[in-house]
Design a protein around this ligand. Structure first.
Ligand SMILES: Cc1cc2nc3c(=O)[nH]c(=O)nc-3n(C[C@H](O)[C@H](O)[C@H](O)COP(=O)(O)OP(=O)(O)OC[C@H]3O[C@@H](n4cnc5c(N)ncnc54)[C@H](O)[C@@H]3O)c2cc1C
Length: 417
């Protein structure tokens, strides 16, 4: 086994959306960083940078701008100018508009693959980041002053040590398992079927969130491809129904989708690849153990109904990067406790918001159906309520770290105008 003699300031296990973003957030701060990623970036098995899209909130745009990542992304995302929320078969509808909130857009739709390309271009060009990919963490030991890991790649077994280890290795986190950190799991009994469609009419930069009898159905505006409009679809349905939807041929699936969504965007045409994701609320019981901190899906995996998972993780990343950039010892207990304490409120709020949406809008009880229709109408008619919902959707509902508030933790020379 080969051994790296030097000690890294930060070892990041998992170079998916969250791990790769954290590495980018830490670059240029004089820290020595290692990113260990199990799957090659362009492999079909890469679980983070797949065919999905991610709705980035307005707050996430601010964070990405401060990290120097927005300018490359801005030309490859589609702005969300209106969010249209409706309940199939009920009268209540609410619309959140960018101009009412005084912002250029309420959010932006990015393709996960595009995010992967941009993040890895940065990682590969940063002198202070070493990328071990494909390589998997297979053993881990936590000591008082450092953490030691063993990596296995096709060619060799390698030992690395770090002052801090960040577990960003997804919902089934191997690091969490190796440390025997338990995670609670609440199964929603739903799966998300994702695909892309071409709508007949212009999407006009509107994101549709439609609550149907079977679960929430989202249509997100995407950038044009070959001059044609595209929408990304996330359809949450009970697990048993998801399997049958996956088996339908394209024409039958489009028919079912059309029935669920209606004709607001005209006839839906030309379907992309379909993929299935089981949905659960998974939460680690401990964010910090010794010199190890758990982030992203490894820490909390939530229902995609309100598109909050990565946005929440970005706020974690922003605060962690800010604390680490000023630290003498990146794995110091006080630093990690400050981080865990400061992220609690925002995380709990997002759990409650998401979980309530899933439960209320997946209910068949008719009194609840009328109440939620009345609720949507009330939100539409009451400006303060609407503003509060818009701010939550924009990722501005809670306390933001300095990075989230537009200040940079990077040296001035690296700041974006
Ligand atoms: C259908 C769907 C739609 C979504 N839409 C939105 C949205 O609109 N907005 C939003 O904010 N969020 C959304 N999310 C949530 C978002 O996808 C997640 O928050 C995000 O993927 C979490 O990224 P991650 O890096 O923590 O985990 P992952 O994406 O799971 O990445 C983990 C990485 O770790 C690597 N890895 C695993 N084990 C090891 C090991 N032992 N050694 C080394 N590497 C390892 C994996 O290869 C992978 O690259 C959605 C989720 C789903 C399922």
């Amino acid at each position: 086994m080969s051994v790296r003699e030097h000690i890294y300031d930060v070892l990041i296990v998992g170079g998916g959306l969250v791990g790769a973003t954290l590495a980018c957030a830490l670059r240029g701060n004089g820290l020595r960083i290692a990113v260990i990623e199990a799957n090659p970036l362009h492999a079909a098995s890469q679980p983070s940078f797949d065919d999905r899209t991610v709705a980035l909130s307005y707050g996430s745009r601010q964070i990405l701008a401060r990290l120097g990542l927005w300018s490359a992304l801005a030309v490859r995302v589609e702005p969300i100018k209106t969010i249209h929320i409706s309940d199939r078969g009920q009268f209540g509808v609410t619309r959140l508009r960018h101009d009412e909130e005084g912002v250029e857009a309420l959010g932006y739709v990015a393709e996960n693959r595009v995010l992967g390309e941009i993040l890895y271009a940065e990682l590969e060009s940063a002198a202070d980041i070493e990328l071990f990919c494909p390589a998997e963490v297979v053993a881990l030991e936590s000591h008082q002053n450092q953490v030691e890991v063993q990596l296995q790649s096709a060619e060799q077994r390698l030992a690395l040590s770090g002052r801090l280890l960040v577990a960003a290795d997804g919902v089934s986190s191997r690091v969490r398992q190796m440390l025997q950190i338990a995670a609670s799991r609440q199964d929603y009994g739903q799966c998300a079927v994702i695909t892309n469609v071409r709508p007949e009419y212009n999407h006009n930069n509107t994101a549709y969130e439609r609550f149907t009898d079977t679960g929430p159905l989202a249509f997100l505006p995407m950038t044009r491809s070959a001059g044609r409009q595209r929408c990304s679809v996330v359809w949450s349905v009970p697990t048993e129904q998801a399997a049958s939807l996956m088996q339908l041929d394209d024409a039958a699936f489009l028919g079912a989708l059309q029935q669920g969504f209606g004709y607001r965007l005209g006839c839906l045409q030309q379907l992309g690849k379909r993929q299935l994701y089981p949905l659960a609320l998974v939460e680690t019981t401990q964010l910090v153990r010794g010199r190890i901190v758990v982030v992203g899906n490894a820490a909390h995996s939530i229902h995609p109904v309100a598109g909050q998972g990565f946005n929440l993780a970005l706020r974690d990343v922003a605060l962690l990067a800010e604390l680490l950039s000023e630290a003498a010892d990146t794995g110091a207990a006080a630093l990690l406790e400050t981080y865990a304490g400061a992220r609690q409120q925002d995380t709990q709020r997002v759990y409650r918001f998401t979980d309530t949406l899933v439960k209320v809008f997946s209910s068949h009880v008719s009194a609840l159906a009328h109440a939620r229709a009345a609720g949507l109408l009330a939100v539409d008619l009451l400006p303060p309520l609407k503003h509060a919902l818009a701010r939550q959707s924009m990722g501005l509902g809670g306390n933001l770290s300095h990075l989230g508030r537009q200040q940079s933790c990077q040296p001035a020379s690296r700041r974006q105008p």
